[in-house]
Every structure is written in structure tokens, then in C-alpha cells.
Design a protein around this ligand. Structure first.
Ligand code: V55
Ligand code: FE
Length: 481
């Protein structure tokens, strides 16, 4: 069968499927110097396309997973990319064509895909309790070899995880070495079951809680505080009967309010406090903190539909709206279910990250991708969430950036003292670069830039694993008391 990709906007320019696994031992230094002591591995996942899509269409969150790793070893930086050779990939490799149709709609798949897990493993990579995994929110994790990126087995953690999927946005408590995560549509597509799990430092399930969502929708991300879990529900909804008619997996229900569940870290479904507010949406949470009776959730909030390509049930499209870093405040002492929302900063930003040691803890700094002109270029910025002040790298070049990764200078450095790793797309040169910035001096531009002879098509999320953590299976990090 001929392999020809359709001429769709997603595949033009930078989005052209790359379908190439790379190994580069020692990236060329373009300028600056890799900081001393920056030793560890940065893992990321993103979508590519194994074979032309069955439907002739594609959306940017779909596509088979490509894993990427950058290993930093005393200034020597190596790059490796490998397909996530999961069940879907292997079945399609054998068939030499796509077997999965419209994003997550199993009624549109090729009969040959029957019984094959459809997860693309394209969203995130995580290292916890000595195991590296690659994640997609509609499937269970796959284990991955941390040195070779060879794909291992799909894992239900020895039968302890009974949900059909786990989120691609787990939260690692780097200080307690605990992993907190959840599953939505946890008993299969279109179900309203939610599962919440805490894994201990030994990788075993230490806590499990099941509850019911207000509807079968997307729950892409959640947030933790030192004492609470915050799970937002936005009205991108899955309707099984519509799926049978070939509908998109999610539809935008603009008649539904935003719902937010707040509950204790080790609570039960009876402990959930539900809050309701205006119709909004978000993919990504920056952080959350508990302050007395109040729980604050900081997130990249859209005043409408964050995915305009998912239409309303009656076929209406949504106007695109910008993501605004905002703070929702839930007061547990209040007797009603309302909450307040205010913008933190006016400048749009997405793919928010913190100094990961401060996930769930009182914090000051957020790092985001900030769009520049309307020409597809972007840069990284740092937001002071206490004042809204933004500092960004104004490169003025044909560059777009991937989600940044903060790396502390030392395991016990103060919050925000460290480096920001960023993959740069050199849009006019057809290849990528790896940049290291001083996280306290983003405006100065990179302290090191390394050449990648290939294009990194797209990555969503990833994580930094310090060299010692890879050896010991534990993170040895500290936060200010
Ligand atoms: C999102 C991302 C996804 C997905 C569903 O950002 C929702 C939200 C990266 O894949 O499959
Ligand atoms: Fe995400």
C-alpha cells in the first residue's frame, strides 16, 4: 500500500510527519557552555504519525508517540528518539497502515484493531520508584528502558490498578517520593467513573479512591496541595450514542457549568466538596496551594472552548480564546458552591511548569510558553504569581519553543534557582536546538545552545531525572523549610 500523507494544515511545515528515530552521541555546541553540575536525563513524549491517518484528517493531540531523551553528562549531551512501540504501534507496523480512525472513537477503527489497546503513548514520560513510563490518558502506562528508550510492557502495576487508564499528568511529590495520579472514564470510554491513586516511594499503591464525575468528559490534568486534591471538570463531553454515529470523542456543551472537586489527599468520595462556576475550560494546571480554609488553583484558563476543533452537539464551532494564567479560589469554610476566579497575568501563556519541588507547596514562579507575534513564533516566560510580573526571552527570531523544564541548580537550591531547558524549533532552518537558560535571567537568552541535526516535530510534556535518581530510584531533593 502506498504511503502518502494528506495535504492538511497540521502536516505543513514544522508539522510534517518525521517518522525517524535518531541517535546523536554528543550534540554540537553552538554557543555558550553547558552549566557545570547539570547532570541527568530529560525525557519527553510527543506525537508523530506512523502511517497516513485512516480518515484523511488529524488533530494535533493524536498521532503515535515518539519518545525523546537528552542525557547530560559533564557537558556532554546526547540525544535519542524512539517510537513508543506499544500495542497500537506494533499492530499497525504489522498491518503496514493505520488501524485507528477518528481520535479515540473506536467505532471508526479498522476491524483489525479489535482488542488492541488504542493509546498512542504520546503525552508524557515519568520516572518514579525506579521505573520510567510513557503515558497517554486513555491507556495504562508502558514501561520504558531509561538508557535505550526500548518499550517494555503495558503495566497495571501487578494488578493493583483496576482503572482502564491513568492520566498523562501525574503529580510527583519529589520530597515525599510519592506519585499522585488519577483516571477519568476509568471503566472505559464514556463512563463517569473516576479513580484517584497515590503510589508510595516503593511504587506500590498506597491509597485509592473512586468517585463519580458530573459527566463523562475530559479531565486532562489535576492539581495537588499539601493537604488537598483538586480535580476540575470542563464541559468537553463524551456521549456514547453520538460516538456510534461517528461523532468526535468530545463535544463542547456550552450549557454546562465548570465543576471542581476538592477533597483531602487521603479522603473518600464522601469528603468531596463540589464547586460550580461559569463555563470555561483548561488543559493545564500550573499548581495549587492550601492556605487556611482556602484552596487556590492556578491554571491556564480559557474563557470558552480550549479545543475549538471539538464542536457543540449541534455542530457549532467555538471562537478561539487565549489561555490566561488565572487563580481560582475555593473557600472550604463557605456554605455554598461558588468560587472566585481572577487573572494572575494578562499575557497569554500555555504549557505551565513550576520548579517541580514546589508542586502543591506555597510557591512563587511559573514558567510558560508565551506566543509572540501572530506568526507562529513563541518563547518562554517566567511569571511571578505573587505580582503577575513576566520576564521572557525576546529572541526576535523565527523560533517556536516546546514546554520548558526547570532543573534546580542543586537539590537544595532556593525555589527558582536553576536552569530552564527548552527545545527550540528553528522554523526557518528545519531543525531543532536544545537551549539552556538561567531561570533567573530569561531575558538574557540561553547560556548554552546545542545543535540538533533533526527536527523535533512536537513534544507535549516530560520530566527531568537527576543522575543520582536514575541510579537510586529515589529523588533526593529539598525545599526551603
Ligand atoms: C489534551 C491533550 C491530549 C489529549 C487530550 O491538552 C487532551 C489536552 C496530548 O494529548 O489526548
Ligand atoms: Fe497536557
Amino acid at each position: 500500500m502506498d504511503i502518502q500523507f494528506p495535504n492538511i494544515p497540521l502536516y505543513q511545515g514544522w508539522g510534517k510527519p518525521l517518522r525517524t528515530e535518531s541517535t546523536v552521541d554528543g550534540l554540537e555546541l553552538i554557543e555558550g557552555k553547558v552549566p557545570e553540575g547539570l547532570n541527568g536525563t530529560w525525557y519527553r513524549a510527543g506525537p508523530d504519525r506512523q502511517f497516513p491517518p485512516m480518515t484523511g484528517e488529524d488533530i494535533f493531540i493524536d498521532g503515535e508517540g515518539m519518545m525523546h531523551m537528552f542525557r547530560f553528562d559533564d557537558g556532554h549531551v546526547s540525544y535519542r528518539s524512539r517510537w513508543a512501540r506499544n500495542a497500537r504501534f506494533l499492530a499497525q507496523e504489522k498491518a503496514r497502515r493505520s488501524l485507528f480512525g477518528r481520535y479515540r472513537n473506536r467505532h471508526t477503527d479498522d476491524p483489525e484493531s479489535a482488542g488492541v489497546h488504542g493509546g498512542t503513548a504520546n503525552t508524557n514520560m515519568l520516572f518514579h520508584a525506579g521505573k520510567l513510563t510513557v503515558l497517554k490518558e486513555d491507556d495504562l502506562p508502558y514501561e520504558v528502558d531509561p538508557d535505550t528508550l526500548e518499550t517494555g510492557p503495558r503495566t497495571d502495576f501487578g494488578g493493583k490498578v483496576t482503572s482502564t487508564s491513568l492520566s498523562a499528568h501525574p503529580k510527583l511529590d519529589l520530597i515525599r517520593n510519592e506519585l499522585l495520579t488519577f483516571s477519568f472514564q476509568a471503566k472505559g470510554d464514556g463512563t463517569t467513573d473516576m479513580a484517584f491513586y497515590i503510589f508510595g516511594p516503593d511504587g506500590e499503591v498506597a491509597h485509592e479512591m473512586w468517585f463519580t464525575a458530573p459527566w463523562a468528559g475530559v479531565v486532562h490534568d489535576f492539581a495537588i496541595t499539601e493537604s488537598h486534591i483538586v480535580v476540575p471538570f470542563f464541559p468537553l463531553v463524551t456521549t456514547p450514542d453520538a460516538l456510534k454515529q461517528g461523532s468526535s470523542f468530545y463535544e463542547w456543551h456550552d450549557d454546562k457549568q465548570t465543576h471542581v472537586a476538592v477533597f483531602p489527599r487521603r479522603g473518600t468520595a464522601e469528603d468531596i466538596r463540589w464547586f460550580k462556576g461559569p463555563t470555561t475550560s483548561a488543559g493545564h494546571m500550573l499548581n495549587a496551594v492550601t492556605d487556611g480554609t482556602k484552596v487556590h488553583l492556578d491554571l491556564c484558563l480559557y474563557a470558552g472552548n480550549c479545543f475549538p476543533f471539538f464542536k457543540t452537539p449541534d455542530g457549532r464551532t467555538s471562537d478561539p480564546v487565549p489561555p490566561i494564567l488565572s487563580r481560582m479560589t475555593f473557600d472550604l469554610a463557605r456554605n455554598d458552591d461558588s468560587f472566585e476566579t481572577r487573572p494572575i497575568t494578562g499575557r497569554p501563556g500555555e504549557m505551565p511548569r513550576t520548579d517541580d519541588r514546589y508542586q502543591g507547596r506555597p510557591y512563587r514562579w511559573g514558567y510558560l510558553i508565551m506566543a509572540r507575534a501572530n506568526d507562529g513564533t513563541s518563547s518562554v516566560g517566567r511569571v511571578d504569581v505573587t505580582s503577575g510580573a513576566v520576564e521572557s526571552w525576546e529572541h526576535g527570531q523565527k523560533i517556536s519553543v516546546h514546554e520548558p523544564q526547570f532543573v534546580p541548580r542543586a537539590p537544595d537550591s532556593p525555589e527558582g534557582v536553576g536552569w530552564l531547558l527548552v527545545i527550540l524549533n528553528r522554523l526557518d532552518q528545519g531543525h531543532s536546538e536544545l537551549a539552556v537558560l538561567d531561570a533567573e535571567r530569561l531575558a538574557d537568552g540561553p547560556v548554552a545552545r546545542l545543535h540538533l541535526p533533526v527536527r523535533v516535530r512536537s513534544t507535549f510534556h516530560g520530566s527531568w531525572v537527576p543522575e543520582d535518581a536514575l541510579r537510586t530510584g529515589r529523588y533526593d531533593m529539598k525545599v526551603a523549610a
